[in-house]
Ligand binder design. Structure first.
Ligand SMILES: [Zn+2]
Length: 179
């Protein structure tokens, strides 16, 4: 009697799942997460706040209702601002929309390479890259502050989602990718 054929080994292939985190909808103003069934191309206005446009992003980057976040298009101009980002930056959404992001967020350190990294990552996310990255920034009107900005793609239309985190210690990695 011949031995049974070996069973194929079942194991996760590292990276496969990481590369496909799934996508979630969120409101570009209040971060409310509508169920997928409620989102249609004709009704993209948020049912919770009635102000924001519903957008889709990587599930692991979707902001929560307490998160400060901005949506930046490929021209690097602000397209949407969450309530907490208005509070954090001390500027109303109306004053920020269609303004260059560099008017509101800058490098965490004057000598650092973050300005280029930040704008480069915004450009990548808003023009097709699906990666999630983190970089340190600061509000333009505040010095000595380091805020982690998580940058991910969102849309439609295609744009970059910037979720601002808590102030980080001065030591640490300057640019971190999730892989
Ligand atoms: Zn909303």
């Amino acid at each position: 009697m011949s031995p049974p054929a070996p069973r194929p080994a079942l194991r996760l292939i590292k990276g496969t799942l990481d590369e496909a985190p799934g996508w979630s909808w969120f409101c570009g103003h209040c971060a409310a997460a509508p169920s997928r069934q409620l989102v249609s191309p004709l009704t993209r206005v948020c049912g919770s706040c009635g102000m924001g446009l519903l957008l889709e992003t990587r599930s692991d980057a979707a902001p929560g209702s307490d998160d400060a976040f901005l949506v930046i298009d490929s021209r690097l101009t602000v397209q949407a601002v969450s309530r907490d980002a208005e509070r954090l930056l001390g500027i109303n959404e109306d004053e920020m929309v269609d303004g260059p992001v560099t008017q509101f967020l800058g490098a965490a350190d004057a000598e650092a390479r973050e300005p280029e990294e930040f704008l480069y990552l915004l450009h990548r996310a808003s023009t097709g890259a699906d990666e999630l990255h983190s970089v340190f920034v600061r509000p333009r009107n505040a010095f000595g502050v380091r805020i982690v900005a998580r940058i991910a793609p969102c849309g439609p239309p295609r744009a970059a989602l910037v979720v601002l985190g808590r102030q980080a210690p001065r030591s640490g990695l300057r640019v971190v990718s999730d892989d």
